[in-house]
Design a protein around this ligand. Sequence first.
Ligand SMILES: NC(=O)c1ccc[n+]([C@@H]2O[C@H](COP(=O)([O-])OP(=O)(O)OC[C@H]3O[C@@H](n4cnc5c(N)ncnc54)[C@H](OP(=O)(O)O)[C@@H]3O)[C@@H](O)[C@H]2O)c1
Length: 297
Amino acid sequence: MTARIVITGAGGQVGRFLAGEAARRGREVSALTHRECDITDATAVERFITEGDLVVNCAAITAVDAAEADPDVAYAVNATGPENIAQACARVGAQLLHISTDYVFSGEVVSGEQRHPYDVGDYVAPLGVYGRTKLAGELAVLTAMPDAHIVRTSWVYTGGDGNDVVANLRRLAGTDQTVDAVDDQTGSATYVKDLVHALLEIGEGDIREPILHVANEGACTRYEQARAVFEELGADPQRVRPVSAAQSARRAPRPAYSALSMAMSVRAGVSPLRPWRAALAEALAQPVSDGQLPSTP
Ligand SMILES: NC(=O)c1ccc[n+]([C@@H]2O[C@H](COP(=O)([O-])OP(=O)(O)OC[C@H]3O[C@@H](n4cnc5c(N)ncnc54)[C@H](OP(=O)(O)O)[C@@H]3O)[C@@H](O)[C@H]2O)c1
């Protein structure tokens, strides 16, 4: 029998898309928003998880700058919450996929080293509160439940009616404004649809490696990503202006380089994701409100 899918953080970008896609495939889904299940409350978490479930934890504090201002809340949601879920899953015999981030890496180049996309075994050294609390969450999950899966992903977007980078650029492309985009931070832009397909594949499969990377292939800067959005939409890419991370003066430090390699994950049995530009083209070819993000989980 196929497992019921329990989604925590189901009101967020990944959780909503996952709930919609799993239901579309005919799966039984329990989509729990923050209001329905606060993952920092161990008793609440326990109530919703039963033997044989596939639990996918999409809940997190993802506002990287806000996390710097309130590290205790970030730790509670990004580390203690996942630990509560892992303990509940281990206790009843449920499977767990926990989502983590490229921000566990520093992006710093050690002298003489070539830059290459980070793979699963690479040294982790987060720069800010968000990355540190997410890394603490990874460790807490694997301590409580060594057979859980940690799925690290990167620069996730819908391109639809949400509040993500690509959705915002899409709105700006329809105006005559110029847009500043950082040209000294490189990452793996990942379409939420492709991420969700991989999560379902991992959940249904027999993959043993505890930590996996899932991201669209290739790397770009935020500036290249913004220009690509404008190009795909037929807007003038000259309206995108490069700025440095220092000029953008955001509160939290971000890795200058955090592209992810799927090489080891593919060897472990995960299907590779298509190149980032092809995924972006598909995301932007969708009407903004075509139901790709169901409004109610
Ligand atoms: N977005 C990215 O670019 C990106 C990149 C790499 C990794 N990830 C990871 O991917 C996962 C999903 O991220 P996302 O993009 O879907 O983020 P998101 O849109 O910010 O969604 C996170 C969800 O978590 C909920 N939440 C916050 N505190 C909670 C709590 N105490 N209990 C239960 N739910 C809580 C939020 O609800 P409220 O808003 O109602 O509080 C929100 O619905 C996260 O683990 C994130 O770290 C994301």
